[in-house]
Design a binder for this molecule. Structure first.
Ligand SMILES: Cc1ncc(COP(=O)(O)O)c(C=O)c1O
Length: 443
């Protein structure tokens, strides 16, 4: 059983000075009714302040595909420290990293950096609006693009608010967003060519861009039909609407060329984050030269920031990308993926409970008691059993496996390059054990 005393004491004092005792809303752990507090991460494992050694199946919400304390990343950060923690200044390493990204990612002809994925999608949208002279963006239900007001719509709306399937309402998922912004966003169901084509045609004169997660990990793992992605490219091109792949989460998850390589489809702009910088804060906006050159000082679409392209994450990213490019990196990722997804499927198919997983590359999602056999878009998993979902993660945490709970909504989990087959054996054993307890409650 997991020990909790020190963490509970820390929470009792932290909540007096930090909202909800944590640095961000998503740090809340519904099972513990407080954030988890850690003292160390090494490889695939985290040690919390109570000394529990926990297998990390969250991996920093996708930020740590390198695992924790990867020696190449640590060495690169040390070099940045030795250089004086240079902030707001260019060195040779920013362009070195951009050069690697341009080699690896097909749509990347020029790059710029941001600290977070939220900033990256915000600037990519600004750039698309400036380039096209149009204001509206089209996004999909179930897709998440960060925390700024232009995109915080319809990640996981309640169905009674969500509107008709073919023309969903844009449902804000934060309060405090100006109501007037709604007119700048069109929301559509994902994976439906007919609805897409009709809507893009009808709105082409006001539509600056279509933005999407090419692999929709933010509701578990929805891999669109290849024909859909191809049609999306064709329809946007024909109607002079820009296509933005938000690869903050999908970048380097399936291969060194990101989801755009996986689908053999080149967007106009893309955003890359999480995996790229070995667990440090860096995201990238990349795309066609003629669009990127609309950024100031070449154009008028401003993009800057005191900490933008900070040397510490840039050095970490240079090291991470070198590792990602090594032969064998994705062989290991797919070996672990096959073992984990195959093993979980086998365990769940032998259970009287209806639990499914969908996964691709290094990330995956669970679905609890959803009626559809395959989740192809948000509404297919809107009936996810929140209570069973949270209970399962609680039971797994008691067995020292950490899945972040995302409030019991279907969302993404994953592993790193440092996860071993032995780790996965342990996860599978503990899953079988947790499932027995879950069946006693819900069976
Ligand atoms: C697809 C996608 N875009 C944007 C973001 C926002 O990134 P960040 O949390 O770095 O601001 C996320 C974060 O989960 C994401 O998954």
């Amino acid at each position: 059983m997991i020990k909790r005393e020190r963490g509970d004491r820390l929470y009792a004092s932290a909540k007096n000075v930090l909202v909800s005792g944590g640095s961000a809303s998503a740090r809340w752990n519904a099972a513990l009714k407080r954030p988890l507090y850690f003292k160390e991460g090494k490889g695939s494992r985290l040690t919390d302040v109570d000394g529990n050694e926990i297998i990390d199946m969250c991996c920093s919400h996708g930020g740590s595909i390198m695992g924790h304390k990867h020696p190449a990343v640590v060495k690169a950060i040390q070099k940045a420290l030795d250089m004086g923690i240079l902030c707001s200044y260019e060195t040779e390493y920013q362009s070195e990293l951009a050069g690697k990204i341009c080699e690896m990612v097909q749509s990347a002809e020029l790059c710029r950096y941001t600290c977070s994925g939220t900033e990256a999608t915000m600037h990519a949208i600004r750039l698309a609006r400036d380039f096209s002279g149009k204001d509206v963006i089209l996004k999909f239900e179930g897709h998440f693009h960060g925390y700024h007001d232009y995109v915080q719509y319809s990640w996981a709306p309640d169905l009674d608010e969500a509107g008709p399937y073919g023309s969903p309402n844009a449902v804000p998922f934060a309060s405090g967003m100006p109501d007037g912004l709604r007119k700048y966003v069109i929301v559509l169901p994902f994976n439906n060519i007919e609805v897409l084509e009709k809507t893009v045609r009808k709105n082409k004169d006001r539509l600056a861009a279509v933005i999407l997660e090419p692999i929709n990990y933010n509701i578990g793992c929805v891999v669109p039909d290849v024909e859909y992605i191809k049609a999306l490219r064709k329809i946007t091109e024909e109607n002079e609407v820009l296509l933005i792949f938000d690869e903050i989460l999908s970048a380097f998850r399936t291969g060194p060329g990101c989801a755009q390589e996986y689908f053999e489809t080149v967007p106009d702009l893309c955003t890359i984050g999480k995996c790229v910088a070995g667990g440090t804060p860096l995201s990238i906006i990349a795309g066609k030269k003629e669009i990127m050159e609309h950024m100031a000082p070449l154009g008028k679409s401003t993009h800057s920031g005191t900490y933008t392209g900070h040397l510490v994450p840039v050095m970490a990213a240079n090291a991470a990308v070198d590792e990602i490019r090594k032969p064998g990196f994705y062989r290991h990722i797919y070996k672990i993926a096959d073992k984990l997804y195959g093993g979980l499927n086998e365990i769940f198919s032998g259970s009287k409970l209806n639990i499914k997983i969908q996964g691709l590359g290094a990330r995956f999602g669970f679905y609890f008691d959803v009626k559809k056999d395959i989740v192809r878009e948000y509404r297919d998993c809107a009936d996810n059993n929140t209570e069973m979902n949270l209970k399962f993660y609680e039971l797994m945490l008691e067995r020292k496996v950490y899945y972040h709970d995302y409030g019991g909504k279907p969302c993404h989990h994953g592993f790193s390059i440092q996860h071993t087959e032995k780790d996965i054996d342990e996860v599978l054993d503990r899953t079988e054990d947790a499932l027995k307890s879950l069946e006693k409650i819900y069976g």
